[in-house]
Design a protein around this ligand. Structure first.
Ligand code: SF4
Length: 144
């Protein structure tokens, strides 16, 4: 009987640890726009290619990564797109972002980006506007 109790105790401890490691799981457009507004506020810094690849490898081997191909996928915790290359819908391209786990596997590129910044409604609206401009921008054509 005590063996069963011990097993249950270990299982519960394991579950508790897992929950504590995770950040709130829901991805929302507000969360995305807040991230984007913060990135704009710091002057849109982008990670260098080697750094982006280093982080991509961390995500790729993470059990929270939902793989779409060898070069892209999504984080199941924050819902963000994670790509080896490119800046569009790619969380790891922006230097101001970090892994959403409570014990993050990778963090913002500079210490100053770790500070909590106040985002105004105007900055959110600007972030939203920029996002749609980026999404609707004509794609480069190699047909000539
Ligand atoms: S952002 Fe963090 S939790 Fe999400 S896939 Fe990457 S390493 Fe894992």
């Amino acid at each position: 009987m005590w063996v069963w109790k011990l097993i249950k105790l270990i299982i519960n401890l394991f579950k508790k640890t897992k929950i504590e490691e995770d950040a709130p799981a829901e991805f929302s457009i507000n969360q995305y726009l807040n991230e984007r507004a913060k990135w704009i506020k710091f002057g849109k810094p982008l990670r260098r290619e080697e750094e982006r690849h280093r982080i991509f490898d961390i995500c790729f081997s993470c059990d929270r990564f939902i793989k779409e191909s060898e070069a892209e996928g999504n984080c199941s915790i924050c819902g963000c797109g994670i790509k080896k290359d490119g800046n569009l819908f790619n969380k790891i391209a922006w230097s101001t972002t970090k892994c959403p786990l409570r014990k993050p596997k990778w963090i913002e590129e500079k210490e100053e980006y770790q500070s909590i910044v106040k985002i105004s409604m105007e900055e959110l609206e600007n972030a939203e506007k920029e996002h749609f401009e980026e999404v609707n921008a004509p794609k480069p054509c190699n047909c000539h």
